[in-house]
Write a protein that binds this ligand. Structure first.
Ligand code: PMV
Length: 357
């Protein structure tokens, strides 16, 4: 894929700046295992968050070609971040070799900050890579004076995917699917779900910060654990079946099926980690306690809540907008005490990336 027309002298003389933001997302059907150039072994589906966002300003200055590729300066939370800059530089070098062959003619300054605490156990790779991808597409449109029209979101999602697979799902909302299944979706970028019941339109996610430490296993290592995993092919098949069933539950508004599928996906992801070599247990005692309390509250009719997990100890508590009063009371009274410093981040589904001024 080559996005824009060929570079000419006039393009090299441009300087400019764009500001964007993009949210994090949490998978309901998990992506775990990849192949090729950052492609997923199974389609995944996530909800796009709204408040947990990365804000990013990308400034560029054209110059003559230098063989070392694009120059990158990165400022995170107002301070120079050379380690992070080196990572972004290698990502941009890679894009320059493939999708965006004009990047080597520019120097970049990137300023970024997140709305969620730095060490909160919330992965910032999805929101930051989605924000960077959105900014790169806007920059291309600006430099080449071309508008990508309907494919703009797809291009953003595709570039985000190359930075971090799950980031592909952070550009649009409230629900996006990455990967193809039953004639819907695409392998290279995420597609927003359009056919879901009104009761899922304002779904809420309260994130229990049970362990704010860094992840014990990086996503890259995690995905690699699926190569040669004894349950790999059964898992990829199961994920497809779960996706089909979940979309049907969401289409007709069947909360009971939604709960069953979402919780089993979370536990399956952790089951895969526990049964891989080396094996990882990323849940903490408070994670299990929270799961027990959530299931009890549901059975007893105290609150219509369910949970999902990322590759870590934190628990995402999901509930419909109509149930939010009871759910939030339950979360604040029963679940917040299990969290580090009692910290819970209340969020809800959102629309994805946006341009900032
Ligand atoms: O995008 P990555 O490479 O960080 O992988 C994300 C993997 C999970 O968060 C565990 C699942 C998912 O689908 O987001």
């Amino acid at each position: 894929m080559e996005l824009f027309t060929k570079i000419r002298q006039e393009h090299l003389e441009t300087i400019g700046e764009v500001s964007v933001s993009a949210p994090s997302n949490i998978a309901l059907i998990k992506y775990w295992g990849k192949h090729g150039r950052q492609l997923a072994q199974n389609p995944s589906l996530s909800l796009t968050l709204e408040n947990a966002r990365t804000f990013l300003t990308l400034a560029w200055r054209g110059r003559t070609y230098l063989k070392e590729g694009p120059g990158v300066e990165l400022v995170f939370d107002g301070e120079a971040a050379p380690k992070f800059a080196a990572k972004i530089k290698s990502f941009l070098d890679d894009l320059d070799r493939h999708e965006l062959p004009y990047l080597k003619y520019f120097d970049f300054t990137i300023k970024t900050h997140n709305t969620f605490p730095h060490s909160s156990g919330i992965a910032s790779s999805a929101s930051s890579m989605a924000a960077l991808a959105a900014a790169l597409v806007l920059m291309g449109e600006n430099v080449f004076q071309e508008h990508l029209g309907q494919t703009r979101l797809q291009q953003m999602s595709l570039l985000a995917r190359l930075g971090s697979g799950s980031a592909a799902r952070s550009l649009d909302g409230p629900y996006t699917q990455w990967g193809r299944d039953q004639n819907f979706g695409a392998e290279e970028y995420a597609t927003a779900l359009t056919d879901y019941h009104q009761s899922f339109a304002g779904l809420r996610d309260s994130i229990l910060l049970i362990d704010k430490g860094a992840k014990a296993v990086s996503s890259r290592e995690g995905h690699a654990l699926m190569n040669g995993h004894p349950y790999a092919s059964a898992r990829f098949e199961k994920a497809r079946e779960n996706l089909r069933r979940l979309k049907e539950a969401m289409r007709i508004g069947h909360w009971g099926d939604f709960v069953e599928i979402v919780e089993s996906e979370a536990l399956e992801l952790h089951g895969l980690m526990m049964s891989s070599r080396p094996s990882y247990i990323l849940m903490r005692p408070q994670t299990l306690k929270a799961i027990e309390l959530i299931r009890e509250a549901r059975r007893a009719g105290v609150a219509a809540v369910c949970f999902t997990l990322d590759a870590g100890a934190n628990v995402h508590v999901l509930y419909r907008e109509a149930d939010q009063h009871k759910a939030m009371a339950f979360i604040d009274n029963e679940l917040a005490p299990l969290c580090e410093d009692g910290q819970v981040i209340h969020d809800h589904v959102g629309k994805g990336w946006r341009q900032e001024i």
